[in-house]
Design a protein around this ligand. Structure first.
Ligand code: GUN
Ligand code: ZN
Length: 454
């Protein structure tokens, strides 16, 4: 099956934080993406792609739309779907009062599977085609997640949370059981279809030094696996880490001590990192996930995307929702809030920078920039088609856009999930139950995205 998607196409080729913005992207006003066997076979202007078009089985022409690589969410917790918008607390209290209560339900595989189904449909409805996902301590929660992820043919990264102290007993493993269970899950899921495994110590305070040690050892044992955790999100958290690991000079030094930094390690937040810590992240190739809606909702602080990307010591940085600390599945909403955070930092985040952080930048943070996050021959064909007439207001505002940047910027500011969910069309061109998903998603997005409940 070979199909062509025609319309306005935007993709990034370089990092706009490091190169002149106009060199960082390719925009084809009338472009064509030819997809074959789940991969991009051709991308270019429709005029030169027309010969390719003759050979394709189907052509889908989207007028008044913008075609982009599917969004990538670098850091998100699927079991927290049911506590989005829990009132009134900051990180540590929020974890104890809401998160640790909810996560106990996920030892029940059926419950976990139902939530994974809702979560993944919401991701897809928001145009997110890849996410780096925290499950819970229960191995069942990981089995449930990957089962559903594979059903939807997504390229997702996920792992079992490791936690052997400072949480309710029902959520604790031990250094040994955490190691054994993770190992079994890696062997079961890592590399299965498009799934990738991430070793997932929750954060330094909830693991003993013994567990931290075994976690680092496990990561070095399994080449190609990921490691995800949290760092420097909240000032009380940072103080706590100092008390728990007095021998470490700063927060990052804890993860360094236990062999948890390097390529394919990604840490959520990093709001309050020092210059020295940023330089060490840069040197080791460790990535950060910028989680704007979560940082605002939990009152954690203002991350500087420009600071992290500083060419003197650039840190690979991607955009993330961090649900349920975050408040929206939509990376368009993350971009909107990232812009406002930059404003409060006295910085300015253009739409090009924001869209980059949610696509190619996020792929670079996950060391997947040769597979996803851009539209080019050989890349996996996870695409999103955004309707530029999604609502009367979006249509009216965008019809007055003065240039591409104005259009993109207004889109990320106005496009709320509620407005766009019926209008974001996904083209995960992997065969889905024998049919290319575009057929399911073009007309029936709403039905497709409606959660099923047992
Ligand atoms: N730090 C440790 N666990 C969590 C979590 O679940 N969410 C957030 N936002 N921060 C954390
Ligand atoms: Zn998180």
């Amino acid at each position: 099956m070979k199909l062509a998607i025609r319309g306005s196409v935007l993709t990034f080729v370089k990092n706009p934080f490091h190169f002149p913005v106009e060199e960082s992207f390719v925009f084809e006003e009338d472009g064509v993406v030819v997809v074959e066997d789940g991969k991009v076979a051709f991308f270019g202007p429709a005029a030169t792609g027309l010969s390719q078009l003759e050979e394709v089985d189907e052509v889908h022409h989207y007028r008044d739309s913008l075609i982009m690589p599917g969004f990538i969410d670098c850091h998100v917790h699927y079991p927290q779907t049911e506590i989005i918008g829990a009132y009134g607390t900051q990180l540590i209290e929020w974890l104890n009062k809401y998160t640790f209560v909810t996560e106990q339900k996920f030892a029940d595989k059926n419950y976990a599977e139902q939530t994974a189904e809702i979560f993944i449909r919401e991701l897809l409805a928001a145009g997110t085609t890849t996410a780096s996902v925290f499950c819970t301590v229960a191995p069942e929660s990981v089995d449930a997640f990957f089962k559903v992820s594979i059903k939807y043919r997504m390229r997702n990264i996920a792992g079992k949370v490791l936690m052997d102290r400072h949480a309710p007993d029902a959520l604790l493993d031990t250094a040994q059981s955490g190691y054994d269970q993770s190992k079994e899950l890696i062997e079961k899921w890592h590399g299965k279809d498009r799934s990738l495994y991430s070793i997932t110590p929750r954060f330094a305070p909830t693991s003993t030094p013994e567990q931290m040690d075994m976690t680092g050892a496990l990561w070095s044992e399994f080449e190609g696996t990921y490691l995800q955790s949290h760092i420097s999100e909240n000032l009380d958290e940072i103080k706590w880490v100092k008390e728990l690991y007095p021998e470490c000079s700063d927060y990052l030094a804890v993860y360094e001590k236990y062999g948890q930094v390097g390529p394919r390690a990604i840490y959520g937040h990093g709001i309050h990192l020092s210059e020295d810590e940023l330089a060490r992240l840069s040197e080791s190739g460790t990535a950060l996930a910028h989680c704007p809606t979560s940082n605002l909702f939990l009152g954690s602080g203002l991350f500087s995307a420009w600071g992290a990307s500083d060419l003197k010591r650039p840190v690979r940085t991607g955009l993330a929702t961090d649900l349920g600390g975050g408040t929206s599945f939509s990376q368009l909403t993350s971009m909107n809030e990232a812009y406002k955070i930059a404003q409060l930092n006295g910085e300015s985040l253009s739409a090009f920078h924001a869209f980059y952080l949610a696509t190619r930048g996020a792929a670079e943070a996950l060391y997947l920039e040769d597979k996803i996050g851009s539209i080019a021959p050989g890349f996996e064909a996870d695409l999103v088609v955004m309707d530029l007439k999604a609502t009367p207001l979006v249509e009216h505002r965008l019809s007055h856009a003065e240039n591409l940047h104005d259009l993109l910027f207004a889109l990320m500011i106005l496009a709320q999930l509620k407005q766009l969910r019926q209008h974001i069309l996904l083209v995960n061109a992997w065969l889905f139950e024998g049919r290319v998903t575009i057929n399911i998603l073009t007309r029936a997005t709403r039905a497709f995205c409606r959660p099923t409940r047992k």
